[in-house]
Design a protein around this ligand. Structure first.
Ligand SMILES: [Zn+2]
Length: 294
């Protein structure tokens, strides 16, 4: 009997190992729902009612249910983002994100630093790196500053030195209090030029009226990438007609829970681009950018 149990256990583990990583989601939000503004909750609930079942009555996300979901849809890794934008969307701290990701290698924590909420952004970033964050998210549109502010340059220098990617929200946000001028991708160009070895991710590819600028920048700057989160996959080739040629520069992401991850994987998989481009966008580029060893 014991032998049979052991046999099944080994078979199950083999199954787990076989579980293929089809995609990496580089843009996921978590945090207790009560830390989000009501308008964000409403928007999410309308955008993705199915996955709302993973949120418990006290507002917390059921981590086991979330992990099982990722596994069942072939998502090998998800980048989990902190965001300290209490005036516009939420206050999800880096500590909260670290706790959510703890002990689970498929969950990759990124810190967020809001320069208005700290007297020493560099000290905070150093501390977060020591605690294990793998990237820095900057949110100029919700937190109202220019991303090329000299105040954040020491953080970009440190990220470059450590080989840690920096992700910037670019383009629109529909939430009250957000100011779109700070989302102009052109400001990211300053950072790309001043830190040529820094890995830069432009979230949403300048969503709204800057897609062409964002695409132009990824073409001419080797260190800039676009994450396609918050964009409907069926529109991607309209926004970025050179996606095939620039396939090494696009990263799959969803802005979950604002979209269903499996549905968007399906959307990218059915685009009229080469299988090599799909594999690069869904997985390979993220493995490289996040320095994941397989
Ligand atoms: Zn987001």
């Amino acid at each position: 009997m014991d032998f049979i149990i052991l046999y099944h256990y080994i078979e199950q583990n083999k199954e787990d190992e076989k579980m293929e990583c089809k995609a990496i989601d580089i843009h996921v939000h978590v945090g207790n729902l009560n830390h989000w503004k009501p308008w964000v909750k409403d928007w999410w609930q309308k955008a993705n009612p199915r996955d709302f079942a993973m949120i418990r009555e006290d507002g917390s996300l059921n981590r086991d249910a979330f992990l099982n979901h990722l596994k069942s849809i072939g998502v090998g890794y998800a980048v989990i983002l902190a965001e300290r934008s209490p005036a516009t969307t939420c206050d999800v701290t880096t500590q909260e994100v670290l706790e959510f990701c703890q002990g689970e290698k498929s969950l990759i924590p990124f810190c967020n630093i809001n320069p208005h909420l700290t007297d020493d952004p560099l000290r905070d970033f150093r501390n977060f790196l020591l605690k294990g964050v793998k990237g820095l998210k900057i949110h100029p549109v919700h937190q109202l500053f220019y991303p090329n502010t000299p105040r954040l340059y020491p953080l970009y220098a440190l990220a470059q030195e450590k080989g840690v990617p920096v992700m910037f929200h670019t383009g629109s946000s529909i939430f009250p209090g957000a100011k779109l001028k700070y989302g102009n991708p052109l400001f990211i160009d300053d950072i790309a030029v001043d830190f040529p070895e820094l890995t830069i991710i432009m979230s949403h590819g300048g969503r709204g009226f800057w897609y062409d600028r964002a695409q132009f920048l990824v073409r001419i700057r080797p260190n800039i990438h676009i994450d396609i989160s918050g964009l409907p996959p069926r529109k991607l080739l309209e926004y970025f007609p050179e996606m095939e040629r620039l396939k090494e520069k696009f990263l799959f992401g969803t802005d979950w829970p604002g979209a269903m991850i499996d549905k968007n994987i399906q959307g990218v998989s059915t685009l009229p681009i080469s299988p090599a481009a799909k594999e690069a966008i869904l997985k390979k580029n993220a493995l490289r950018v996040l320095r994941i060893k397989t």
